[in-house]
Ligand binder design. Structure first.
Ligand code: ADP
Ligand code: MG
Length: 737
């Protein structure tokens, strides 16, 4: 059997399985082997129903039957009840106060139940168990999957990601058959043996056996570590290649005098934080280097990233292109005669994720640059502007796109701010030396090159983000970037007063927000869902919906206030329109889903209520809280939770104590698991890769080895074809353009 063989050529695969496999992207034997178990279960943890005893915390696998709801005889409390049967016996199950559960599950369904055994010795029942629906029963004491395959009889069995139409048991058996058919003879380890040895990882053949059919928990762990290493390693190789490509390209190298920058910075109405100063210094020194800069600037909302962007953009826009590439335009055409500020200077492109943000950056830049004869352009889907206007030197003016593009192309406009419209084919720069991008995590070498068009020089890149992610994840997904942190908030900023609010105290909270509204402030209310509760879905029952909540607040809580919903099902245009009206204070209370996370700046909005706070990760809550950090008034954040769990409340309390978003992100990684990690979905990592980022040593090792490999092997395709192949595939996944 060969790895590249199709499964079909070896196994009879029925239509149902075929469909399911296709959905998972599994076609070949290799695809199957790389479809790794999500976790393992140990049958020694599982109790058989016949042996259950009162007071026990039990895990039971079985089939549901007799589901119904009723009201308790005296208290009238609604109860969902039924039975679970596992082949050894049958036991009653009761869920108190959760009648909808009886509707969520069906008779005949396979489930894993975890709950307490209660009742009397003669009539036991399982009380309020947690339910996990299963494709099939992974074990059955009378027909154990471990008994029918010679040599693989152990108590650990793999559980593959839940998939409709295909069971863990099927995967397990099919993998074992592949082993029997000798597929492992066709397995060659792409990772050099020296690396495998150095980090004490199992080699690929062993790892396949250990991951799919471990005899010991350590084997599974060790194999998972190997595959995790492999995944991060390939990503790092890809990143190292991109880095090498940037390093190989020529760039604009220029020196900026300290005094020159001071003259700009000294006009700010505030002193820079030392974190801002450090970031500016290192960027300016990057500009002076021989390789194009690739730098990530991470800083919480309000940490002052725009000031760093503006200062460094100033350094660029006041620098001349190298000799021999001089602008054909006459010097000083602008007519202000300031030395060094003639046409044809180096240019800056500043890209924002939304139109509102692009506009906000444009306005900020006007503030920073209005004393200088430096023109600033704005390009978005709905039009173009230029600062200054010919008629009013303090105001921007609307201009045609054609006109703006002409001035960008000939170098008259050195700073162009915009949305994705910036990378349109028609946008051409004369000397694009610096690309600044805000919250666009996938922007890479290719787009940067695209922006520069025919210019042989690679522009410097500053990628800015307020998304708090743990260091390991940053090292992985931004492996090609150098990282600078703005880990210090400007002085005198009023920290957000954060309160964890239990249901008993919502009235006080509403009272507070009412008084804030009365004194002219605005508020956000964040809800976890947008639709009316769907009685068939457990989550919806307790979630408040944006639309219903907006109506409720209008009617009962904030009477007379202008309240509007904003949610993910609205078109971008509709969202923008609502945001604009909120910004203009035509709306007092914005009731929204988490879509408002994207950095919108409404300084007058100083209150945020987050419903169902336990549903969010800490870093996401922090991100949401950042919305009220902008103004001069005291900001408040209310995290409302109905959770009775001590652990959940403790977790939420970290919101009030953590120093910054990065601390909270690390907290999330430790306490919530990587799967729910903020920013995880966009990262393109598999579940296993996400698991890997819990391990800083592993990530750093993969990074070191990948960089070393790329530095010492110029022709990876020839020297390490297996690696090159994997890396090329990752490239496709990571760069959706
Ligand atoms: P970010 O983009 O990191 O969220 P901004 O650059 O928009 O933050 O800055 C937020 C606000 O703080 C702006 O009003 C800005 O003028 C102000 N600001 C920036 N740096 C400082 C500083 N060092 N001290 C005081 N205020 C600052
Ligand atoms: Mg910003």
């Amino acid at each position: 059997m060969k790895l590249s063989d199709t499964l079909k050529s070896h196994f009879r695969i029925d239509v149902g399985h075929e469909k399911a496999l296709k959905k998972l992207g599994i076609e070949t034997v290799s695809d199957l082997l790389y479809h790794l178990p999500a976790r393992y279960e140990d049958i020694t943890d599982v109790q058989s129903v016949s042996g259950l005893q009162k007071g026990q915390d039990a895990i039971v696998y079985g089939q549901l039957s007799g589901l119904k709801t009723r009201k308790a005889w005296k208290s009238k409390m609604p109860i969902a009840e039924g039975y679970v049967e596992d082949g050894s016996a049958k036991i009653q199950v009761m869920w108190f106060n959760q009648p909808y559960l009886a509707k969520m599950y069906q008779n005949g369904m396979y489930v894993k139940l975890a709950g307490k055994v209660a009742g009397s010795d003669t009539k036991l029942y399982l009380s309020n168990p947690e339910v996990e629906p299963l494709d099939s029963l992974p074990i059955d004491r009378h027909d154990s999957i471990f008994k029918d395959t010679e040599g693989y009889d152990d108590t650990l069995y793999p559980v593959y990601r839940e998939t409709k139409g295909i069971t863990s048991k099927w995967f397990y058996h099919t993998v074992l058959k592949c082993f029997e058919k000798g597929v492992l003879d066709d397995v060659y380890d792409p990772i050099p043996a020296s690396i495998i040895k150095k980090y004490n990882l199992p080699e690929l053949k062993t790892a396949f056996v250990w991951i799919h059919s471990p005899k010991k928990a350590e084997h599974a762990t060790s194999a998972r570590k190997r595959f995790a290493f492999e995944e991060v390693f390939y990503i790092q190789v890809r990143k190292a290649q991109e880095r090498a490509a940037v390093s190989a390209a020529t760039t604009y190298s220029f020196k900026t005098e300290k005094d020159h920058v001071s003259a700009f910075v000294d006009r700010f109405p505030f002193p820079l934080t030392s974190a801002q100063k450090n970031a500016i210094d290192i960027i300016l020194s990057d500009f002076n280097g021989v390789h194009a800069m690739s730098r990530l600037l991470e800083g919480d909302v309000g940490s002052g990233k725009t000031a760093v962007a503006a200062t460094t953009a100033y350094a660029v826009a006041t620098s001349r292109p190298p000799e021999g590439t001089k602008s054909p335009l006459p010097r000083g055409t602008l007519g202000r005669g300031l030395s060094g500020l003639e046409y044809g200077n180096l240019q800056v492109a500043y890209m924002a994720p939304t139109e509102i943000l692009a506009k906000q950056h444009f306005e900020s830049f006007i503030e920073y640059f209005k004393h200088l004869p430096i023109q600033i352009g704005l390009i978005t889907g709905s039009g173009c502007q230029k600062f200054p206007s010919k008629t009013n030197p303090n105001k921007p003016t609307n201009i045609s796109k054609a006109q703006l593009l002409k001035w960008v192309a000939n170098g008259e406009v050195p700073i162009l701010i915009g949305t994705h419209a910036l990378i349109y084919k028609s946008v051409e720069f004369k000397h694009l030396a610096y690309v600044i991008i805000d919250e666009q995590h996938r922007f890479g070498t290719n787009q940067r090159k695209k922006l520069a068009k025919k210019d042989v020089r690679m522009p410097h890149l500053l990628s800015m983000t307020a998304t708090p992610i743990p260091r390991t994840l940053a090292l992985t997904i931004y492996g090609d970037l150098d990282i600078s942190l703005l880990d210090e908030m400007p002085k005198g900023r009023k920290p957000v007063i954060t309160k964890i609010v239990l249901p008993a105290h919502v009235d006080e909270m509403y009272e507070h927000v009412r008084s804030e509204l009365k004194s002219g402030r605005q508020a956000y209310v964040i809800c976890p869902r947008i639709d009316e509760p769907d009685p068939d879905k457990q989550m919806a029952v307790t979630s408040k919906s944006v639309i219903a909540e907006a109506a409720r607040l209008k009617k009962d809580i904030f009477k007379g206030a202008r309240i509007e919903p904003l949610h993910g099902k609205m078109t971008p245009k509709e969202k923008d329109a609502v945001m604009l009206r909120f910004n203009n204070h035509e709306i007092d209370v914005l009731v929204a889903t988490s879509v408002v996370e994207v950095g919108v700046n409404v300084p007058n909005a100083t209150n945020i209520i987050i419903e169902g706070a336990e549903r969010f990760g800490l870093s996401q809550l922090h991100q949401l809280r950042g919305r009220v950090l902008r103004g001069t008034h005291q900001p408040y954040c209310f995290a409302v939770t109905e959770s009775k769990s001590e652990k959940t409340r403790d977790r939420l309390k970290a919101l009030a104590t953590a120093k910054n978003g990065f601390e909270l992100a690390e907290h999330d990684l430790t306490f919530r698991g990587s799967g729910e990690l903020y920013g995880a979905k966009q990262s393109g990592l598999s579940d296993l890769g996400m698991e890997a980022i819990k391990n800083i040593k592993l990530v750093e090792a993969a990074r070191t080895e990948a960089r070393h490999l790329v530095e010492t092997n110029t022709d990876l395709g020839r020297q390490f074809p297996l690696i090159a192949e994997k890396v090329a595939k990752i490239g496709e996944d990571l760069h959706m353009e």
